[in-house]
Design a protein around this ligand. Sequence first.
Ligand code: GLU
Length: 294
Amino acid sequence: MTPPGSIVTRFAPSPSGELHLGHAYAAIVAHDTARARPGGRFILRIDDIDPGRSRPEHVDAILADLAWLGLAWDGDPVFQSDRLDSYAAALDTLRSGGFAYPCFCTRADIAAEIAASDVAPHGPAASRYPGTCRAIPAAEAMARCAAEPHCWRLDTARAADSVGPLDWHEDGVGTIAADPLAAGDIVLARKDAPASYHLANVVDDAALGVTCVVRGSDLADATHVQRLLQALLGLPTPDYRHHALVVGSDGKRLAKRDHAAGLATLRQGGIDGARLATDLRAHRFPTGYSLANA
Ligand code: GLU
């Protein structure tokens, strides 16, 4: 549990498109959770490790959106692209512990392997890496690394076995037992990006002293394997608060392509950001939008 007065939360958008009402709600909940406690800190982290999708103009828009909503963050924004050495060090730790292996599979290889197996096509195993490269002997894998593009994957079963049962505190819910095996052997570092979301996220939440991870319930499943990475890397475990998602009239969560709900679109259309923030805090959403299950 977080000791009174020392709460640190963060808002961690990826600058890959226009933020929408769901991001505004997430930022407000994270901001207000920190500001509710004396000395609470609210950090802005820009998740820009993916060079293929991150754009400087989206970073500028994120800063403008938050200012428009009246949300001030503490300190300078933290850019994941500045922190690649920390992710490389964490990957080294996992490799030297024997918890990571190189994977040479292409997307097509993985799809073919899954199609050839008897897993249910829409079940959870259909999106899980089948573990093909885990079986490659270490010497052969090292030799292939020098010549072939590869990513690094977590040997999740081995890792989970070595650390034993894990859990986390979910605000308003209680203790949740982690089930990291459900995620399978997640990617730790990619061919085209030096760290995966999961790895960079746990390294940064610890480095920034985040004590309560506030984010949408669409990321609740990610917590299971992130909790395992924390244990393997000897990092502290924050509390978590996965809030309900903003949905459109079809009941589906918003996507960055939903420009009608886009913050830059609303901002440039002359909508009053401070007023919108007040409304979102009171769960009053613009027509056509609501909070899921609210
Ligand atoms: N950057 C992630 C996203 O935009 C969020 C990371 C997190 O809150 O853990 O979906």
